[in-house]
Design a protein around this ligand. Structure first.
Ligand code: AOF
Ligand code: ZN
Length: 363
């Protein structure tokens, strides 16, 4: 196996942690000696041992003189786990091959420097793009302290998310809807506006087998969520956060008694200050949010610059209707020149439907 092949194996191992490591990264490690894999490991869960130590632990032969392939620069700090560079040096590994650099200010090149200063040969940037793509959420969160937000919606080819009656079940087919459930597992939070709660009374849970439920975040400026709504009724089992501008403790307590967390925020353009909300959610260790908002919330989120990615599921259907809802509403921009621009688009076929995933490019 060459360097790239071994790193590809490490990437596949890292992937197994998806959904369980937040707000920490997904990391995989492979140890190769005399051309054979003697150890494999990945970061399995937040707070648990790092990939490097798991791979060393799993070695079926003495790792002295071996090569370690790891998707992220090894850490050198004492966090929930001891520094991986110490374990690597103690093991006698002679060469370390790295995919991504670690932008965590506690590491940021120091891991590599320590290994080199102890005579370990280090090769960086092997499959760098793939390794970086794997941890886009972690990189955003560790450098900004705010969650990575993905605006997700399902629409028809004429750009409607529901028929003129408001009926939206279903725009996309089963395969696409299953894909959305996987996203709910991968993202730490799911955010909607109170309009969606009033219209659909959704549960916003992850219905994937062995999946993890995201924290539910409702943007509710005037606290209009019905106390009997499903998100409130189940708040004692699945965390629910109400983000509001209503500072009345008597109205808040109704939700708090049911187990909801109420975040009282500033008002901005008639809705909760979404930037302030992102700061607060970041402090709560929420590193990623799937924004399943309606058109009003989506527009507000775009306008204040909190959206990093758009995931558009597109069904080969036409609904028509002047008043049928579209994914992004609000006032809109005056000319095409003023458009929000997206880059690095990727397309995937999901049954009859398409998924287009793009990054938002803020000027
Ligand atoms: C992980 N898993 O496999 C690697 C990580 O608090 P700690 O000790 O778990 O440290 C977390 C930091 O360690 C994380 O932000 C990242 O910079 C580095 N590497 N973290 O959770 C791993 N290799
Ligand atoms: Zn580590």
């Amino acid at each position: 196996m060459n360097d790239a092949e071994s790193m590809r194996l490490a990437l596949a191992l890292a992937e197994r942690g998806r959904g369980w490591t937040a707000p920490n990264p997904m990391v995989g490690a492979v140890i190769v000696k005399d051309g054979a894999v003697i150890g494999q490991g990945w970061h399995e869960r937040y707070g648990k041992p790092h990939a490097e130590r798991n791979a060393l632990e799993a070695c079926t032969a003495d790792p002295a003189g071996a090569i370690m392939y790891v998707t992220l620069e090894p850490c050198c700090h004492h966090g929930k786990q001891p520094p991986c560079v110490e374990a690597i040096l103690a093991s006698g590994i002679r060469r370390v091959v790295i995919g991504s650099a670690d932008p965590n200010p506690l590491v940021a090149g120091k891991g590599v420097a320590i290994l080199r200063s102890h005579g370990v040969e280090v090769t960086e940037n092997v499959l760098r793009e793939e390794c970086d793509a794997l941890n886009r959420i972690f990189f955003h969160y560790i450098t900004t302290g705010r969650p990575f937000v993905s605006m997700k919606y399902a629409m028809t080819m004429d750009g409607k998310i529901a028929a003129y009656t408001g009926a939206s079940k279903w725009v996309t087919g089963e395969t696409a809807r299953r894909h959305v459930q996987q996203q709910r597992h991968r993202f730490r939070g799911i955010m909607v506006g109170v309009g969606t709660v009033l219209a659909d009374d959704p549960l916003l849970t992850c219905r994937m087998e062995n999946g993890r439920n995201p924290v539910r975040i409702i943007c509710d400026t005037h606290l209009r969520t019905p106390p009997q709504a499903q998100v409130v009724a189940t708040a004692d089992q699945i965390p629910t956060i109400l983000a509001t501008c209503c500072a009345d403790p008597e109205r808040q307590v109704v939700y708090q008694r049911a187990g909801c967390q109420v975040l009282c925020l500033n008002e901005e353009n008639g809705h909760v200050d979404l930037r302030q909300l992102m700061e607060r959610l970041g402090q709560e260790q929420i590193d990623s949010i799937l924004l399943e908002g309606g058109g009003t919330l989506n527009w507000a989120a775009l306008e204040c610059g909190i959206v990093q990615q758009v995931q558009a599921y597109i069904a080969p259907k036409l609904l028509g209707g002047r008043d049928a809802k579209t994914p992004v509403e609000g006032v809109g921009v005056p000319t095409p020149d003023d458009a929000f621009r997206l880059k690095n688009s990727r397309m995937e076929r999901l049954g009859e439907d398409l998924l287009i995933e793009s990054e938002v490019e803020y000027p």
